[in-house]
Design a protein around this ligand. Sequence first.
Ligand SMILES: Nc1ncnc2c1ncn2[C@@H]1O[C@H](COP(=O)(O)OP(=O)(O)O)[C@@H](O)[C@H]1O
Ligand SMILES: [Mg+2]
Length: 255
Amino acid sequence: MPTIRTDLAHCVATRVIRRERKGSSSPVVAETTDGARFVKLHGASQGTAPLVAEIIVGELADAIGLSVPERSFVELPTGIPSDDQNDELRDLLDRSMGTNLGFALLEGGRDLTASEFGSANLVTAARVLWLDILVQNLDRTPRNANLMMRRGTIWLIDHGACLPFQHDWSSVTESHPGRGYDIEGHVFGWASPVLGDVHAQCAPLLTREVLRAAAQPVPDAWIGGDATRRREGFAAFLWKRLVAMERSFNAPEGA
Ligand SMILES: Nc1ncnc2c1ncn2[C@@H]1O[C@H](COP(=O)(O)OP(=O)(O)O)[C@@H](O)[C@H]1O
Ligand SMILES: [Mg+2]
């Protein structure tokens, strides 16, 4: 029985080292009381919804044995020193005082190249595809794969655009969790023939308890509305989507 964690570690940032220019959400690398962290800031223009998705999907990826950088909360104190003196960055840091989301820094890691998309291990590729179907991740395309390579392991990054239904809870209907997914547009779409097997292996790992626990670390201030109800809402949506996936993978040919 895996241990179900309901909180993330906390640390305090002591210095901002640099901005990450590749990302659209202006992440930074910061020195903290617990070592260097890759930090996504709550004051970024996308708001806190991507941070919510990062926490929940990171927990689900862990639960099915995929590699995703460990998450932790990083407190940003007022007036934190920054080696990068850019004015826009200063404004962003000022807007992001308080709790932000840190990730273990993948030192020596690099973005996966297009030529590697087709040669990934079949089981890993299919698990990534399966997870992305579950969480409705459209950010794993050849142009924007959000996969890193480090010491021969593929790491999943950037789950900020997953769980898109959280942007409009009022439009979530009973049929919503059963919506289709564009497998063709996914970097690992070629692994789809084994999705049924992967579903049989992974779905039992995502019990209702695991789904509920995945949303527990999300801070109330990030989740909005009635936070307790919304955490339950994430778990309920994911559960219904798993049931819908079960039906589609077990459907007879041509159904
Ligand atoms: N944990 C990490 N450690 C080191 N570099 C990272 C880490 N996460 C992301 N990166 C690098 O930063 C870039 C942007 O990160 P990403 O999470 O995709 O941000 P965004 O949400 O802004 O697109 C990635 O393409 C990758 O090169
Ligand atoms: Mg990205």
